[in-house]
Design a protein around this ligand. Structure first.
Ligand code: ATP
Ligand code: MG
Length: 267
């Protein structure tokens, strides 16, 4: 799945990344789904280790246009993992107290502790995305944030956090189809946000903002992956594969018991 990782310093043009790509898996949707379920067993075991070892911290950042499937990823990739060790932090429009502080203040509080995996459903990247597109801060303010973000993520990494950042890449037609499906099905009406239509009109501006954000902040310590996400099963497959490989590379071990258990007799 290395082909989806953005190399530090590489130029990013999302228009050059194919949201329909499925070249890393030889199989159909059904086989893909089965594979995700299999990888999910590995993830459960690895997350158990992460929790038991109580050493590493893992941060997964999810960013995407509306309807690209952040919720779907959280549901299927993390299906069945022990809720004790995994937490989702969703970042909505900041409260007035949050706005009174610097933009990383609320984010740092949600960073994972030892043995914990935290999924950011949106993140500090909104502060160079929606903030830029909607002019919530002037250019001179948001443009210096890439540097802060890289330094912030370096701090987390230096202190033992493994960071993975995923951009779920769909195209505008796919978004139209998903919005239409929500509109057509009364059971999905609750998911339909009229406000998403206004954001959709700003598609190109968001694309520019994502291009710059990903280009400026894909670092060795916190890489971005651009995940083809027009097909939901393939999107889940890419993310779970990267996650499991990264966790395996941590070479985690359950801690030894500090007592000599060979002498223990249970009466
Ligand atoms: P879903 O629609 O699937 O429930 P969502 O992540 O789109 O999930 P919403 O409540 O629809 O959740 O949207 C959250 C909104 O908060 C987004 O429009 C996002 O851009 C906005 N937001 C997040 N962080 C910031 C920020 N720092 N400044 C301004 N707006 C922000
Ligand atoms: Mg929304």
């Amino acid at each position: 799945m290395d082909k989806y990782r953005v190399k530090p310093g590489a130029k990013v043009r999302l228009s050059k990344w194919d949201p329909d790509d499925q070249s890393e898996f030889k199989g159909d949707k059904e086989q893909g789904r089965a594979k995700v379920a299999k990888i999910n067993d590995d993830l459960e075991a690895l997350q158990d280790l992460l929790y038991g070892e109580h050493k590493h911290k893992v941060l997964v950042v999810l960013q995407a246009m509306d309807t690209a499937g952040k919720d779907g990823v959280i549901r299927s990739v993390f299906d069945g993992v022990n809720p004790q060790g995994v937490r989702v932090a969703a970042f909505k429009a900041p409260s007035s107290v949050e706005l009174d502080h610097d933009y990383l203040w609320r984010v740092h509080q949600q960073a994972p502790g030892k043995g914990e995996m935290v999924i950011f459903n949106r993140s500090h990247y909104e502060d160079v995305l929606v903030v830029r597109v909607h002019n919530l801060a002037p250019k001179e303010v948001w443009s210096r944030r890439y540097e802060h973000i890289n330094a912030f993520e370096k701090l987390l990494a230096d202190e033992g956090t493994t960071i993975l950042k995923f951009f779920l890449h769909i195209d505008k037609d796919e978004q139209a189809a998903r919005l239409q499906a929500r509109l057509d099905d009364p059971e999905k009406h609750w998911k339909f946000a009229v406000g998403d239509l206004a954001e959709r009109k700003l598609w190109d501006q968001y694309t520019d903002a994502y291009n710059d954000a990903i280009e400026q902040t894909s670092t060795p310590w916190a890489p971005w992956y651009i995940v083809p996400a027009n097909r939901k099963w393939y999107r889940d497959l890419v993310i779970s594969t990267v996650l499991v490989k990264t966790l395996k590379d941590l070479k985690m071990k359950f801690p030894e018991n500090k007592d000599d258990l060979s002498k223990v007799v249970i009466e």
